[in-house]
Design a protein around this ligand. Structure first.
Ligand code: DX5
Ligand code: ZN
Length: 232
């Protein structure tokens, strides 16, 4: 049974001087999550937000907080983000060996939080195979992590399809999330390939009407996903 496609607006593209207003906007427009891009200036060149922001967001919205950790030391930082109220936490496979990755995912799940793993565009997706039963979500980066507003990397939808196939073969069904360059043109492609959750930064918050933009992306994705199911 398919759940509808969910949109996870990334507040990295929101107006930080009016963050409460922007969160209320996406909440009313039917966002599925608030996507929080945590960057440490090491794993990625950019430096963004951390635990105090997650804590305040938790008080400001009923939407689930989807925390994307683009940091080199997730094992050290995880307890703080779990404590701060994250509802799902994504760690990057590139900074953890197999044992550490398993430990990070178990720590997240033990806190009753959804555990997710992400792969950068050039990372071999074979790294996902051993942890398939241990993840609630897999995040496919469709840009090099670090900045919002970049162009979608062509072919990312093929990776989504390969991961969906890998999950089916393992007998599991983690959500598949895609992050980077997603808008009305690219959302249908990744949704048709099997994406369940679409992160949108600029496509939502740089639009004149963010609520309208969110609905347009979601509708385009949902239509493509239904068409793909019917044609399968
Ligand atoms: C990139 C971040 C993304 C980014 C998405 O490293 O993980 O979440 O904010 O922004 P857009 O949708 O503008 O590519
Ligand atoms: Zn992100």
């Amino acid at each position: 049974m398919f759940e509808p496609v969910k949109i996870a607006p990334s507040i990295l593209s929101a107006d930080f001087m009016n963050l409460g207003r922007d969160i209320a906007l996406i909440e009313q427009a039917g966002a599925g999550y608030v996507h929080v891009d945590v960057m440490d200036g090491h794993f990625v060149p950019n430096l963004t937000m951390g635990v105090p922001v997650v804590k305040q967001l938790k008080r400001a919205t009923a939407l689930p907080l989807d925390v994307h950790l683009m940091i080199t030391n997730p094992l050290e930082q995880l307890p703080w983000f779990l404590e701060a109220g994250a509802d799902s936490v994504t760690v990057h496979a590139e900074v953890l060996n197999a044992e550490e990755l398993a430990c990070a995912l178990a720590t997240i799940r033990e806190a009753g939080v959804k555990a997710a793993v992400s792969v950068k565009p050039k990372t071999d997706i074979a790294v996902l195979e051993p942890v398939m039963p241990d993840v609630d979500m897999i995040l496919v980066m469709s840009v090099e992590p670090g900045f919002s507003g970049q162009g979608y990397i062509e072919g990312s939808e093929d990776k989504v399809a390969r991961i969906a196939k890998m999950a089916r073969a393992a007998g599991v069904a983690p959500l598949i999330q895609v992050d980077g360059g997603i808008g009305v043109a690219t959302a249908p492609r990744v949704a048709a390939a099997g994406a369940d959750v679409l992160v949108c930064g600029n496509a939502v918050f740089a639009a004149d009407d963010p609520a309208c933009a969110l609905v347009a992306v979601r509708d385009a994705a949902e239509a493509a996903r239904l068409a793909a199911v019917v044609n399968a």
